[in-house]
Design a protein around this ligand. Structure first.
Ligand SMILES: *Cc1c(COP(=O)(O)O)cnc(C)c1O
Length: 457
């Protein structure tokens, strides 16, 4: 098929939307290591997890063998409000770069939460509702996850309690107000509402909080309130499962036009969008049906895959969540301020970690000024104002396209454009004013944090 016939945007018909999520773990010979109980160091069982998480989500979390999970009709109906997400051929960016490469991106920012997180938020809220719960608790850093969850909860009539890292609560008042508009209660963390919050405030008066602290507060609130459970927007395998809708739609759209990507790129915070985008393609690679290059892009300030250690670690700074075997910088690692808040996580999803350890995926880092330069270049030609997180993938895609320009290769590059950056204008302002700085941790800093990893035999 000649290039001319490929439209700027490839949409699927409603009838072509995925009806089941794909569980990549089912096709892996080397399964990701099991979650461990933080006290006994034995594999987590469903009953260990049932006080914190919703039952059906626990079943999805622990399931390494079921290939497909049907998407319940209620969730499919919600998806139809903002999906399919467009798959865009970046003709204008190609022209600007003068590259023979063909660039595609899957745009997940077409909903009010402004990111892919809504794909899992609606699923998690649905299972909580189905279990007859009153509400859910969660943490949010930059605010995308809290926004997505409050939208899903208001749709289903669930109470939503968000612990928002205090510094973001104060610096991102508009994000906070979107959540409250959708009926969520938003508490700056650390707060006086929980035991762990009071303890932290007594120890560190005036602290502006951290994601790890907000997680600990949300978990405590869920555990101590009848009819509440805790939900998490990234890192877990259940989240990657829900996000497979991104990859399944992308693959269906590409198959429609006979397009096969050579390189698939995604930004990596906890790994959910990257894992979701690559899932069906990685499945083909694992089954020996096709070959692709997969590239995870991390901030140079928080390089878990590229400079971390593959080891069991806590998923949270408060050390209340299960232990996960993953590439980690250590749960006590506090990344330097980086404007891509969604990528400031010390670890990585366990499935992606195993695939990376087994050589199925590559990883690279980029600095934040390079990222904003790429973001600006992209915004000017493609129109969309990208989230700083997403722009990590843009930067890597541009680099690959420029390599093609040198070699003359007509590679097909696909990347995930996870969201829009309208709430990140303070970061854009810093960049525009030439005041943005890069921070790259030293080996000694990373080692100091890795020295505190839990000892598991
Ligand atoms: C949260 C977020 C990310 C990173 O999370 P993953 O779980 O790694 O996908 C990336 N982009 C946007 C816009 C986000 O909100």
């Amino acid at each position: 098929m000649s290039d001319k016939q490929i439209p700027y945007k490839i949409y699927l018909e409603e009838s072509e939307l995925p009806k089941a999520w794909y569980n990549l773990r089912a096709d892996m010979n080397n399964k990701p290591a099991p979650l461990l109980n933080p006290e006994t160091h034995k594999p987590m069982t469903a009953s260990d997890l049932s006080g914190i998480f919703c039952d059906e989500l626990i079943a999805q979390e622990l399931d390494d063998t079921t290939h497909y999970f049907d998407i319940p009709k209620e969730i499919l109906d919600f998806y139809k409000m903002y999906r399919p997400a467009p798959l865009v051929r970046a003709y204008c960016l190609e022209e600007k770069l003068q590259t023979p490469a063909k660039i595609y991106y899957k745009f997940e920012g077409n909903n009010t939460s402004g990111s892919h997180k809504l794909n899992s938020a609606i699923a998690q809220a649905y299972y909580a509702k189905k279990q007859g719960l009153k509400g859910v608790t969660t943490e949010t850093g930059a605010g995308q996850w809290g926004t997505a969850l409050s939208m899903a909860c208001s749709y289903l009539g669930l109470d939503c309690n968000v612990y928002m890292v205090k510094v973001s609560y104060e610096q991102k008042p508009f994000r906070r107000e979107v959540m409250r508009t959708y009926g969520a209660s938003v508490t700056p963390s650390p707060s006086m509402e929980t035991e762990v919050g009071r303890k932290i405030l007594a120890e560190y008066p005036g602290t502006t909080g951290s994601l790890g602290c907000a997680i600990s507060e949300a978990v405590e609130k869920a555990g101590s309130n009848e009819g509440y459970r805790y939900v998490l927007g990234s890192v877990l395998n259940q989240v990657m499962l829900h996000q497979s809708v991104i990859g399944l739609e992308t693959k269906a759209a590409m198959d429609k036009y006979g397009i096969k990507p050579d390189i698939i790129i995604g930004c990596a915070g906890g790994g959910s969008n990257l894992g979701g985008l690559i899932s069906p393609f990685m499945g083909e690679k694992l089954r020996g049906e096709a070959d692709y290059r997969f590239i995870a892009v991390e901030p140079a300030s928080c390089p878990s895959l590229t400079r971390g250690k593959y080891a069991y670690d806590f998923c949270d700074t408060g050390k209340v969540c299960p232990l996960s075997k993953m590439y980690t910088l250590g749960s006590s690692y506090i990344p330097a301020p980086n404007h891509a808040g969604g990528l400031r996580y010390h670890g990585m999803n366990s499935t992606l970690s195993q695939l990376y350890a087994d050589g199925y995926m590559e990883a690279t880092t980029v600095t934040q000024t390079e990222v904003f330069k790429a973001a600006t270049e992209f915004a000017r030609v493609e129109g969309i104002l990208p989230a700083p997180e997403s722009s990590h993938a843009i930067k890597a895609a541009i680099d690959e396209a420029l390599k093609c320009k040198e070699t003359g290769e007509e590679k097909t590059i696909l990347f995930g454009l996870t969201g829009t950056g309208y709430f990140d204008m303070v970061a854009y302002q810093k960049f525009n004013d030439g005041q943005m700085e890069n921070y790259i941790p030293t080996d000694a800093e990373i080692q100091a944090s890795l020295d505190k990893l839990p000892k598991i035999d």
